[in-house]
Design a protein around this ligand. Structure first.
Ligand code: MTE
Length: 288
C-alpha cells in the first residue's frame, strides 16, 4: 500500500494484488496482504464464523450454521425516494453495471472487537449517480430483508424489524463507502450479509447493514434499528471514537480477532485524514 497516495487521494488503493484480484491470491499472498496501516488481514475462517447478524441469532458463533441455507438468489434492491431515476437492481446489475472495487478495510465493532477484511464490491456513489438524487435528498436510508420465515431471529420480537440504517448524502457519496458483494474474491456468504451489504469503515460495524433490499433517498434523518431499540447507547453518526465510551464499556481499545494483545482504537478507525472534513462543526463527543 502506498500510504502517501492513499492519504492524498482519499481512497484506498491496494498494491500487490494480482490481475485477478483477491480471488487470484495464493494463501501465502493472502497472508501477506495488508491494509494501508500495515495491519494483516483476518483469517477467512474467522471472518465467516464470528458474525453479528441478529436476524439469524444474537450468538455470533451460531449465525454461520443458522444462515447456511439462506437463499440469496434471486435478489433485488429497490432504489427510490427523492431521485429522478428510481430503479430495481438485481445482483447482476450491481456486479456488472459498475466498476468493481477491491479494498482492504479495518472493521471495528461497537462491542470493541475488530477485523481486517478484503472486500469486493462497488462504490455506493456510482449507484447514487445512476439514480440521480434530487436536491431535496439529504440522507440515504437502507433496509435489510424482513422475512420471518427465512430469518428465524426476526421471530423473537425483541427488535423493531426490519434492520434499518442511514447515512448523510456526503457519507454515502464518500469514496470509502462501498456496497460489498464479496470477501476474498468470493461472493459474500449469508453470514456476512449476502448478497449485498454496506461497508462504511470509519463507523462502528453496526452501520454496515447486511442483506439490503431497499435504498431510499430521504429528506429526514433515518431512524435506525439501533436508535429505536437503544437510543441512549446508539446514535446516528456512530463514528469510531476512542474518546467517547459506550455507556457500558470503554471504546479506547479493541481486541483484533486473531491477536493476543488488545490494541488502541483509532479516531475514525484510522480513516480521519479521509473523513474528518465531513464532521466540521459537529460535537464529536456527542455524535455517538
Ligand atoms: N446488518 C443486519 N441486517 N443485521 C445485523 O444484525 N449487525 C451489524 C452489521 N450489520 C447486523 C448488520 C454489526 S453489529 C456488525 S459488527 C457487522 O454487521 C458485523 O459484520 P460481520 O458479521 O460480517 O463481521
Amino acid at each position: 500500500m502506498d500510504r502517501r497516495k492513499f492519504l492524498k487521494k482519499g481512497v484506498a488503493t491496494v498494491i500487490g494484488v494480482s490481475a485477478t484480484g483477491f480471488a487470484g491470491l495464493s494463501s501465502a499472498a493472502r497472508a501477506d496482504l495488508k491494509d494501508e496501516l500495515g495491519d494483516t488481514v483476518t483469517s477467512y475462517s474467522a471472518i465467516t464464523s464470528y458474525n453479528n447478524f441478529y436476524e439469524f441469532s444474537t450468538n455470533k458463533t451460531e449465525v454461520k450454521e443458522l444462515s447456511a441455507d439462506f437463499k440469496t438468489y434471486p435478489w433485488s434492491i429497490k432504489v427510490d425516494g427523492l431521485v429522478k431515476n428510481p430503479g430495481i437492481f438485481d445482483l447482476d446489475d450491481i456486479r456488472r453495471g459498475f466498476d468493481k472495487v477491491e479494498r482492504v478495510y479495518r472493521m471495528r465493532c461497537v462491542e470493541a472487537w475488530s477485523m481486517v477484511i478484503p472486500w469486493e464490491g462497488i462504490a455506493l456513489s456510482e449507484l447514487l449517480k445512476k439514480v440521480e438524487p434530487t436536491s431535496d435528498a439529504r440522507y440515504v436510508r437502507f433496509v435489510s430483508l424482513y422475512d420471518k420465515n427465512r430469518m428465524p431471529g426476526q421471530k423473537s420480537g425483541s427488535f423493531p424489524w426490519p434492520y434499518v440504517e442511514g447515512l448523510t448524502m456526503d457519507e454515502a457519496r464518500h469514496p470509502l463507502t462501498l456496497l460489498a458483494t464479496g470477501i476474498d474474491g468470493k461472493p459474500l456468504k449469508p453470514q456476512n450479509g449476502a448478497p449485498v451489504r454496506l461497508v462504511v469503515p470509519w463507523k462502528y460495524g453496526f452501520k454496515s447493514i447486511k442483506s439490503i433490499v431497499k435504498i431510499e433517498l430521504v429528506k429526514e434523518k433515518p431512524q435506525s434499528l439501533w436508535m429505536q431499540s437503544g437510543p441512549s447507547e446508539y446514535g446516528f453518526y456512530a463514528n469510531v471514537n476512542p474518546n467517547v465510551s459506550h455507556p457500558r464499556w470503554s471504546q479506547a481499545s479493541e481486541r483484533r480477532i486473531g491477536d493476543f494483545l488488545r490494541r488502541k482504537t483509532l479516531m475514525f478507525n484510522g480513516y480521519g485524514k479521509q473523513v474528518s472534513s465531513l464532521y466540521k462543526g459537529l460535537d464529536l463527543k456527542r455524535n455517538f
